[in-house]
Design a protein around this ligand. Structure first.
Ligand SMILES: [Zn+2]
Length: 361
């Protein structure tokens, strides 16, 4: 019933979390949960009721605070972009604020421990590189016919000087690049001088996926100043690897959200001025990114997943549902053209193409 969506990772990740893509401990955890029940219900395509979408700002005090005025401008621009690209007339409620820990109160050790086994432990440097290469290779090989195209896409962004020639060497090069960039994230310091990626799970992709399943998230949109960057043995992909495991947008199941899913916008990749982020954004030689345009476009992209269940029309530069490469938001937003990409113009850009399984809390 559930489509194994070949979302190429997480410029904006779709949390479909199919059983086929979960392995080992994560699968065991999933089996305990309704998401892996024998008869899965698929979320119905939302019927919009005109009510404002609820917005929360999830604040981590160890990161710079996101100014309320900036958030208001981003939401205003996102409203216009949703109308332009998605033909959706939306209202956003004024953001409320919650400490990030409140949103993660459901991610107890009992919830996290099995998910941790599916996560490459960068913080303690105890990850299994061979397993990561293997699962990455398996993920790439599902699309065997496209391997030469995948190599051509990845090559300019790989840190390795040796050109991959097949799926095995591509997997090795991707993992090396991913782990090196992840080490760069690990070296970033917070306002208090300690490593930004601390002992909390707030940077962990799988913790974000499970947080709204394990505690009520009565919102449709979450905006956070938290950096989400992590490495998993499951769902690894070219895009995820090249970006060093960073997510800038997520849309995942959330039983307390009005339409069954919630969209997360992580502002760190848009606003941070650290050298790694700037490099991945392509901000070089005085060039900078238009934060409002980039973040608002990404939020519109996520709302395309949430409200229309749209997929990723990869390679269609005019489409807001085509994810940005690396963190190159400027190039991405420059290429968007709503006239050239009306909703429904391709298989991945048709409402309902993504089938989210319904989950219970
Ligand atoms: Zn997406």
């Amino acid at each position: 019933m559930q489509q194994s969506h070949s979302t190429q990772g997480r410029p904006s990740a779709l949390a479909l979390v199919s059983r086929r893509r979960l392995t080992g401990a994560a699968l065991a955890f999933a089996m305990l949960n309704a998401c892996a029940a024998p008869r899965q219900r698929v979320l119905a395509l939302p019927v919009l009721d005109g009510q404002p979408l609820r917005v929360v700002y999830a604040h981590n005090p160890r990161f710079e605070r996101l100014p309320a005025a900036l958030m208001a401008v981003i939401l205003g621009r996102a409203q216009a972009l949703c109308k332009l690209h998605l033909r959706l007339e939306l209202q956003f409620a004024a953001p409320t604020e919650q400490p990030i820990a409140t949103l993660f109160r459901g991610v107890t050790p009992a919830v996290w421990n099995p998910l941790k086994e599916a996560t490459y432990d960068v913080k303690n440097n105890t990850g299994d590189r061979a397993l990561l290469v293997k699962t990455t290779r398996q993920s790439l090989a599902r699309n065997q016919s496209a391997i030469p195209a995948q190599i051509a896409f990845a090559q300019p962004y790989l840190l390795s000087k040796i050109l991959p020639t097949n799926v095995a060497s591509l997997s090795e090069a991707l993992v090396d690049t991913q782990l090196e960039r992840m080490r760069l994230w690990m070296a970033l310091k917070g306002l208090d001088g300690r490593a930004l990626l601390d002992e909390s799970v707030f940077n962990e992709y799988l913790a974000w996926i499970y947080a709204p399943r394990t505690a009520p998230w009565p919102y449709e949109i979450v905006i956070t100043n938290q950096l989400i960057a992590s490495v998993e043995y499951v769902e690894n992909s070219i895009h995820t690897a090249l970006r060093g495991g960073v997510s800038n947008g997520l849309t995942m199941q959330s039983p307390s959200s009005r339409y069954g899913t919630v969209s997360v916008l992580s502002m760190f990749p848009f606003t941070s001025q650290d050298a790694v982020t700037r490099l991945l954004r392509g901000d070089v030689q005085g060039q900078s990114t238009d934060v409002v345009e980039a973040a608002a476009s990404l939020l519109a992209h996520e709302l395309g997943h949430q409200l229309l269940h749209l997929g990723h029309p990869f390679g269609s530069a005019a489409c807001v549902m085509n994810p940005p490469q690396l963190l190159q938001f400027s190039a991405w937003t420059r290429g968007l053209n709503a006239m050239q990409c009306p909703v429904g113009n391709s298989a991945e850009n048709k409402p309902g193409v993504v089938r989210f399984s319904a989950v219970d809390q």
